[in-house]
Design a protein around this ligand. Sequence first.
Ligand code: MG
Length: 221
Amino acid sequence: MKIGIDYDDVLVDTFPSFIDFHNHRHGTNFRIEDITSYFIWEVGIGRTKEEAINFFREFYDSLEFDEMPLVEGAREGVLELSRLSGRFVEVVTSRPLEFRVKTIGLIRRRLSDAHLTLHYSSDFHNNANGMKAEICQALELDYYAEDCFAYARDIAQRGIRVLLRRRPWNENEWRKLRAEKESKNGNGAKYSRGGIIPIKNWQEILDEIKNVNGRSKNGVS
Ligand SMILES: [Mg+2]
């Protein structure tokens, strides 16, 4: 079994940290619930995509960036995924390669005992070129955890089961998926390759992967 995860907002709480930083620096009052689009210029952070990306670069250059917390449960989750699969967990990020120093730095500081490999697709805020999905496919992942619906859809189309973390920027899609899941057979719903699985937190990521694995070991699925 090969498992991949996203970096921002799956491993580290990037958007909440960015919003705090941005509000402080620019005197704005955004709340995390206001970020109803992954493409933040659509909700008023930056007038254009370029401006929004420049705001994010400003955050990258700050000390606050280095102090971003891990997502709750991520540390234990990553260690468990690596144990379950017996492999390195593949972290596939759309961050550009120029962000690599701090991207690796945080992992060295906070997750030095985790078995992780980092891949950069560099299609930062631009899923149109499909690089992230291509990398996931080339790695032959069975599972990938993601928070952006547009990436999730592209990756799922390549036959990977995608675990979509609930966040304000995917709330509509997440709710639809959750309703479908519950109408099937509750938590016992089985997902074939290429399905998008709505999850709330790291515990649900682990439950989902363990359930499917447990069932197939028992010859049920
Ligand atoms: Mg992300």
